[in-house]
Design a binder for this molecule. Structure first.
Ligand SMILES: C[S@@+](CC[C@H](N)C(=O)[O-])C[C@H]1O[C@@H](n2cnc3c(N)ncnc32)[C@H](O)[C@@H]1O
Length: 257
């Protein structure tokens, strides 16, 4: 399956995007996992951090995008092309990580419950999803794509992700795996961005991906030009030219006892 992710565009924000991954994995207490799985590994640079943390573990990575799998392989990660929906923890899968992926999967609650129930004793499940779908960066893009000018080019518009609250994921995981230790929280990272259209550049590689896939190059340029002043008005730079971009993320970690 090709999801038309652009690894180069996505990696432009590496530093900002790595931090939630590190914050997530910091809450995983596994000491000697046999198998560590990175679901939706993207370009693979963060998978490498899992291998560094657990050098003895067999680290498996997968992604549903051919472009991302190719980029991960180029980065030395032996990624497989696979959809998270088809994943099930095996008897030695002691750590499952999925960072910034499950918001693209509407049925992710069912997957989380299934994975939590199937983990071996002592296993860990750690996921992070962006929780910013009601922030201006997303509502502005959704509203514009639902307007008369753009709706015919993207029927159905840009769907909201349907991400839950930390409390909701905590309840879900606790009931899927009675007795497990569950640790859920949210963090808003405030990213200092620079450039003429920094928020547009940020969402171009993620939120706007379905629009990018549906539009011609010329239409894509026109969409970016339509969006830029709207995003600029919602996220004005400060006097030094920095745009402070708040980005809420939701984390859920389960330790199967
Ligand atoms: C925002 S990137 C995150 C990549 C990596 N986990 C990271 O933290 O840098 C989202 C990734 O999820 C992948 N993805 C989206 N839907 C997927 C699915 N159903 N199954 C597997 N991967 C999926 C995309 O191809 C993309 O590489």
């Amino acid at each position: 399956m090709t999801l038309l992710w652009d690894p180069a565009l996505y990696r432009r924000h590496d530093d900002h995007r790595a931090r939630p991954f590190l914050d997530l994995v910091a809450r995983v207490g596994a000491t000697a996992p046999r198998e560590v799985v990175d679901l939706g590994c993207g370009p693979g640079h963060l998978t490498g951090l899992l291998s560094q943390r657990w050098p003895e573990a067999r680290v498996r990575a997968s992604d549903a995008s051919e472009e991302m799998v190719a980029a991960a392989r180029e980065a030395g990660v032996d990624a497989e092309l696979a959809d998270v929906r088809d994943f099930a923890p095996g008897p030695e899968t002691d750590v499952v990580v999925s960072n910034a992926v499950l918001h693209w999967v509407p049925e992710h609650r069912d997957l989380l419950a299934r994975w939590a129930a199937a983990l071996p004793a002592g296993g860990w499940l750690a996921v992070q999803v962006p929780g910013n779908e009601s922030s201006p960066s997303h509502t502005i893009a959704r509203d514009l794509l639902a307007s008369d000018a753009w709706a015919p080019r993207l029927p159905g518009g840009l769907a909201a992700y349907g991400v839950g609250t930390p409390e909701e994921y905590a309840r879900l995981l606790a009931s899927a795996r009675p007795g497990a230790r569950v640790d859920c929280w949210e963090t808003t990272y405030v990213h200092p961005l620079t450039g003429d259209d920094p928020v547009g550049d940020w969402i171009a590689g993620t939120t706007l991906r379905p629009a990018r896939a549906a539009l011609t190059d010329a239409e894509w340029e026109r969409l970016r030009a339509d969006l830029a002043p709207r995003l600029r008005a919602a996220y004005p730079p400060d006097d030094a030219g920095t745009t402070w971009f708040g980005f809420r993320r939701v984390f859920a970690v389960l330790a199967a006892l």
